[in-house]
Design a protein around this ligand. Structure first.
Ligand code: SF4
Ligand code: SF4
Length: 382
């Protein structure tokens, strides 16, 4: 009964959104996907996988398909702050577009500096116009850390010389929902690495409105598009962990669903890249994998249409979706067990993402190291 009510509520919301005017008088999502060689059947399979990813019952997949179909009614403003544009590029630069990247093309991007033709005065004007025209209705996505405080001149851009901080604040003030896309925008990223010369800050420090963090370097396109679909369906914040990451995407550790987990439990470790263990697909913990400390869905969702992901390709996770990973997870090809543990603020967590103290994290990290050592020792002496 509860499920039926939810289905009804979500259908109503999609109906309301579909009554809004189309923001682009272009082709439908069906036309777009078939032009790119994707069949309706594949589209429905994609909808079913997104339904599972959002932890909704399988019977809700037609709703996901409908939510994608009405995504061109949602105005999206995408701002670039201090970053490498890798988050945008990972969605845009693909020779065989996935359905996720096609949906990204399909949503109504009212402002996106990488792909728009305007620049200078015209670009500034377009941003102000988009904010004014869609006040209170648009989704704001921000990529990049934001230089703040006495050093905010580091991101002074445009014809009027506005700071990045000022334009991010203004856009956030008038947004219906705000997503920090990537680790830089979510947590400061490499720009905020010690000694943080530009005083780069996460978006959540710049605005007092709720910000949903979608970290990753870059975040997977599934996690970006999943958030858009969730917003279309629910219009509310998803359940979030202590770092404001949606639990449907960041609720599990990389380690929990890793295909090499059996090797870890058996104490079978790659000791050096290229050794016999590497050829046999052993666990990458001893060559630096940070999967046990990192919350993300890469080991379940993978990349490039579920083809592969870093651990499958033979390199450990570097913990890119955790706060301060640049300072706390490196060197990337050494295990945490070889390091001191008293500087681990923000490493993510073990046990669950919501409630962990540094002490527990430290103990768990030591526990993992001990487990790894003991099992390897046992193996050696078999
Ligand atoms: S340590 Fe890394 S490679 Fe090993 S099982 Fe965990 S996630 Fe997989
Ligand atoms: S496997 Fe680890 S480093 Fe790679 S994208 Fe996922 S969280 Fe980031």
């Amino acid at each position: 009964m509860e499920q039926q009510n939810l289905y009804h509520r979500l259908s109503q919301r999609i109906k309301e959104i579909s009554n809004l005017p189309k923001l682009k008088e272009e082709r439908s999502i069906q036309d777009l996907i078939s032009e790119n060689g994707v069949s309706r059947r594949d589209f429905m399979k994609w909808a079913a996988s997104m339904t599972a990813m959002l932890s909704l019952p399988a019977s809700f997949s037609p709703l996901i398909a409908q939510a994608a179909e009405v995504s061109d009614r949602l105005p999206v403003i995408w701002l670039h702050m201090a970053e490498c544009t890798g988050c945008s590029e990972s969605l845009l630069r693909t020779d065989t577009p996935t359905i996720d990247s096609l949906i990204f093309d399909y949503i109504s991007l009212k402002y996106h500096e990488t792909i728009m033709a305007a620049f200078g005065w015209q670009a500034e004007h377009n941003l102000k116009e988009a904010i004014e025209e869609h006040k209170g209705k648009y989704i704001l996505m921000v990529e990049g850390g934001i230089p703040a405080g006495s050093s905010d001149f580091y991101l002074t851009i445009g014809g009027h010389g506005e700071t990045g901080q000022k334009s991010a604040k203004e856009a956030a003030n008038n947004a219906a929902a705000i997503f920090a896309i990537g680790t830089c925008s979510s947590f400061g990223g490499i720009q905020a690495a010690h000694p943080n010369p530009t005083n780069s800050q996460p978006l959540s420090k710049i605005t007092n409105k709720p910000v949903i963090n979608v970290p990753g370097c870059p975040p997977s396109e599934k996690n970006i598009v999943g958030n858009v679909l969730h917003y279309i369906l629910f219009g509310t914040l998803p359940a979030l962990d202590v770092f404001n990451r949606p639990k449907w995407a960041y609720g599990l550790r990389i380690h929990d669903l890793c295909e090499r987990r059996g090797r870890f439990d058996a104490g079978e470790f790659v000791q050096r890249f290229g050794d016999e263990g590497a050829k046999q697909g052993y666990c990458l913990y001893k060559v630096g994998c940070k999967g046990p400390y990192t919350f993300n869905n890469c080991s379940r969702e993978r990349f490039n249409q579920h083809t592969s992901w870093p651990v499958q390709a033979g390199h450990g996770c570097i913990g890119c979706s955790e706060p301060d990973f640049w300072d706390t997870m490196g060197p990337f090809e050494e295990p945490m067990a070889d390091r001191r543990f008293n500087t681990l603020y923000g490493l993510g967590a073990d046990a669950t993402a919501d409630r962990v103290g540094i002490a527990i994290l430290t103990l768990t990290a030591i526990g993992i190291a001990a487990h790894a050592t003991v099992t390897a020792f046992k193996n050696k002496n078999k």
